[in-house]
Structures are given as structure tokens and as C-alpha cells.
Design a protein. Structure first.
Length: 98
């Protein structure tokens, strides 16, 4: 393991993540972080010079489509039996919370 994580780094990351770790958890976190950084170093060894960057793993063509109303909103059906209405709105009594 080439990346050695210090106690100060674990304490700082714990503060940022709002975690309280005991000594066993700190040791395990140090090992885990070291392994993650080793893996990132291994990935950095790959030649990515001619690899085109991408934002999605699948092609995303025409992701924006026009909205079309399929079944309507049923407004007239909903407002058919209301006690009181004004235009297309339901009128409700005022509620005062004190």
C-alpha cells in the first residue's frame, strides 16, 4: 500500500463528514482510504490520451421532447361537485392558526 493515511487526515475527514470514529473504526477507515487511493493510482496508469470524454454511458439523443397532454387533467370532473368555486378554482374557508 503506497498511500499512507495519517491520523490527522482521518480526523479531518471525520470532522467534514460529521462522524465520530473510535480507534478501531479509524484504523479501518485508514486502510479503506489507502486502498481507494491505491486503486486510483492504478487507474491513473492507464493511457487515456485518445479516449474521448463522455457524460453518459449510453447515447442521449433528443432528451428534450415536447410535452403533450394525453388524458387531460380532469379539472371539470373534479370541480363538478364542489360546494363553491370561482372560475376553475375551488373556494375553501379561511383557516387561521394561532
Amino acid at each position: 500500500m503506497a498511500n499512507i493515511i495519517s491520523d490527522e487526515i482521518i480526523d479531518y475527514v471525520g470532522i467534514l463528514a460529521k462522524l465520530e470514529l473510535d480507534s478501531e473504526e479509524k484504523e479501518q477507515a485508514k486502510k479503506d482510504m489507502g486502498r481507494m487511493l491505491d486503486y486510483i493510482d492504478k487507474l491513473n496508469e492507464l493511457d487515456t490520451q485518445n479516449v474521448e470524454p463522455m457524460s453518459h454511458i449510453f447515447p442521449a439523443n433528443n432528451v428534450f421532447r415536447e410535452d403533450k397532454v394525453a388524458n387531460g387533467d380532469g379539472r371539470e370532473y373534479v370541480l363538478a361537485n364542489v360546494p363553491e368555486r370561482k372560475d376553475d378554482c375551488l373556494i375553501v374557508p379561511k383557516t387561521i392558526v394561532g
